[in-house]
Design a protein around this ligand. Structure first.
Ligand code: PAF
Length: 313
């Protein structure tokens, strides 16, 4: 199976190093597509540095900034942020054949709508991952905590797409990435969304790790209100909720206590965040359904203000 991973961010690098078989260096079973030729050159020269439990290993995964060098593959794993998706899928068209399986791996739920406007050759799949990955520098990923990757379709796939997804799940499993097929990926996307709604904006605003935000009464109170609003919106959308979203979010804060959330990483690197796809999505859905979401509105406003400030620096 030929796989292209689009975007060498934290999860892109993590999946690439674990999926790329060491004995297949020089083989084209897996390639990374990067929009930046400079970074592609850097990663091809130095490889990807994978760090876990204090140990480091370098992996020479092939990286290209030219999709024509990769050509059509069996699976495209889209690991870019949701704000970059539309532009990225246009660049990726040469990776697609009528039978290519596209898998979306983004935080939030914004990409569920975006993919509908993309005119993909076949129904895409969605992945939800709780692997803890931090990008310490370009091509340097720390695997901070083991998680689980769930994969599934929103719409009925063809037998061929179903088979490709099952093969991908199996390949992930063989690479040491716990993974399974989910019959209700929409609910899994929302279950992850609750966690990101509570943790991401507050870690970024308070400049604290996932565990540290629980030590402040004010942040803890805000987290509760953010997640409860998201839960009300989800219930109005008929999303199946099997685990209490607030308890699940608090448990992730504790389990990933030293993690620097992706939104805090964005703040520290002065990059645009995924606020629109996370809390922004709750505000939009709330408006559509007539549900008030003042706490989410407020964090969206604050994060955007912070982004405006650092984009002017
Ligand atoms: O976006 C993130 O950082 C992660 O999804 C999570 C689960 C909040 C852990 O840091």
């Amino acid at each position: 199976m030929r796989i292209a991973i689009v975007g060498p961010g934290a999860l892109g690098c993590l999946f690439a190093v674990l999926l790329f078989p060491k004995e297949q260096s020089g083989n084209d079973s897996l390639q990374i597509l990067d929009h930046s030729p400079e970074r592609a050159h850097l990663l091809n020269t130095w490889g990807i540095l994978y760090e876990t439990d204090g140990n480091q290993r370098r992996h020479m995964v092939p990286v290209s900034a030219n999709p024509l060098e990769i050509g059509p593959v069996d699976v495209v794993l889209l690991c870019v942020k949701s704000s970059a998706l539309t532009a990225c899928v246009q660049t990726c068209t040469v990776l697609l054949s009528p039978r290519t399986l596209v898998v979306f791996l983004q935080n939030g739920i914004g990409h569920m709508d975006i993919q509908e406007q993309m005119n993909l050759p076949a129904p895409p799949a969605f992945a939800v991952s709780s692997e803890g990955a931090t990008l310490l520098a370009p091509g340097h990923v720390r695997h901070a905590g083991r998680g689980m990757t769930q994969l599934g379709f929103l719409h009925k796939p063809s037998d061929q797409q179903q088979h490709l997804l099952a093969t991908l799940a199996h390949t992930l499993q063989l690479s040491g990435l716990d993974s399974s097929l989910s019959p209700d990926i929409r609910s899994q996307l929302w279950a992850k969304l609750f966690i990101n709604v509570g943790i991401n904006p507050l870690t970024a605003l308070y400049n604290r790790t996932n565990g540290q935000i629980l030590t402040s009464c004010a942040a803890r109170g805000r987290l509760k209100n953010l997640v409860r609003e998201a839960e009300a919106v989800a219930r109005a959308c008929n999303i199946v909720i099997t685990t209490d979203p607030l308890q699940a979010t608090l448990a992730v804060c504790k389990k990933t206590a030293t993690n620097i959330s992706s939104m805090l990483q964005d703040r520290r690197h002065k990059r645009p965040s995924e606020i629109d796809a996370i809390n922004g999505a709750i505000v939009r859905e709330g408006k559509r359904l007539g549900i008030a979401t003042p706490f989410n509105e407020e964090v969206v406003r604050q994060i955007k203000k912070m982004e405006d400030e650092y984009s002017r620096d």
